[in-house]
Design a binder for this molecule. Structure first.
Ligand SMILES: Nc1ncnc2c1ncn2[C@@H]1O[C@H](COP(=O)(O)OP(=O)(O)O)[C@@H](O)[C@H]1O
Ligand SMILES: [Mg+2]
Length: 234
C-alpha cells in the first residue's frame, strides 16, 4: 500500500472523496440508515459507494463468513481481532481507497471504531494495542465523519430478534453489548469532532432527518473534493 503516513498516524481528511462510517451496537439502525442516506445523496448527484465491515471486497466477505459463523463460538479473541484487521486491510486497499480517489462518498457500515469498541473494550484486548493495529490495518485511513447511533442494548437486541436474524455476535450476552455501547461513547468523547453520537431510538424518519442535517454540513464543506454524477440521480 502506498498511502501510509510516515508515522502511521491517521492521514485524514482524505485527499479526495469523503469517508463516513456508521457505528453502534447491533440493532441500532446502521444498515437501515446507511441505505437511506445513500439514496438521499445519490438523488443529489453524488457518487456514492455503499460498503460494510467485515466485508466489502471478495476476500473480506470470505473472512466475514468465518467471523460470523455460529459454529465458531470457540474463536480466540486474538484470532478474532486479527481476522477483522485482515478483512479491513483488503477492504481499504481494494474498495475504499480507489473509491475515495474517484471522489466518491463512501458509506461504510462499521469501520475501525468497531474494532476498538468490540475487541478493545468488549473483549478486553485494550485500547492501546487496538489503536496501533487499527492504524496498521487501515494504512492510517480514518473516516472524515463517524456517526454512532446510540440505543439501549435491550432495544437494539429486541429489534434484531424481531427481524429474525441472529449471528454469532448477536448471541453474546447483554453485558457484552453494554460494554461495547459504553466503548463507543468513550470513543466519541475522545474524538468529538470526527465521531458524532445521535439518538437511535426515535422513528426511522426522524433519525434520518438528524443524519441528513449533520451530513449536509460536513459534505458541503468538502464539496470541491467530491465527484458529481448527474446520471446517478434517482
Ligand atoms: N429507528 C428505528 N425504529 C424502529 N425500528 C428500527 C429503527 N431503525 C431500524 N429499525 C429496525 O431494527 C432492525 C435492525 O436495524 P438495522 O438497520 O439492521 O440495525 P443494525 O444494522 O445497526 O444492526 C431492522 O428490522 C430495522 O427495520
Ligand atoms: Mg446491520
Amino acid at each position: 500500500m502506498t498511502n501510509e503516513g510516515n508515522d502511521g498516524m491517521p492521514r485524514g481528511p482524505q485527499k479526495q472523496g469523503f469517508l463516513l462510517s456508521f457505528e453502534g451496537i447491533e440493532g441500532c439502525g446502521k444498515s437501515t440508515q446507511l441505505r437511506r442516506l445513500a439514496k438521499q445523496l445519490r438523488s443529489r448527484g453524488y457518487l456514492v459507494v455503499e460498503t460494510r465491515e467485515p466485508g466489502g471486497s471478495q476476500i473480506s466477505e470470505q473472512i466475514r463468513k468465518v467471523l460470523l459463523d455460529l459454529g465458531n463460538s470457540g474463536m480466540d479473541i486474538h484470532c478474532e481481532l486479527l481476522l477483522y484487521l485482515a478483512s479491513r486491510a483488503q477492504h481499504v486497499a481494494e474498495t475504499i481507497l480507489p473509491a475515495l480517489d474517484k471522489g466518491a462518498i463512501v458509506l461504510c457500515d462499521r469501520f475501525s471504531d468497531a474494532t476498538m469498541a468490540y475487541q478493545g473494550y468488549g473483549r478486553g484486548v485494550g485500547a492501546s494495542p487496538v489503536a496501533r493495529l487499527n492504524r496498521f490495518a487501515s494504512a492510517g485511513t480514518m473516516p472524515d465523519l463517524t456517526i454512532v447511533l446510540d440505543v439501549p442494548v435491550a432495544i437494539g437486541l429486541a429489534r434484531k430478534r424481531r427481524a429474525g436474524h441472529l449471528d454469532r455476535l448477536d448471541m453474546e450476552r447483554e453485558a457484552f453489548h453494554q460494554t461495547v455501547r459504553n466503548g463507543y461513547l468513550r470513543i466519541a468523547k475522545r474524538d468529538s469532532r470526527r465521531v458524532r453520537v445521535l439518538d437511535g431510538t426515535p422513528p426511522i424518519e426522524e433519525v434520518s432527518a438528524a443524519i441528513n442535517r449533520l451530513v449536509d454540513v460536513r459534505v458541503s464543506a468538502r464539496k470541491a473534493k467530491l465527484t458529481k454524477v448527474e446520471s446517478h440521480a434517482v
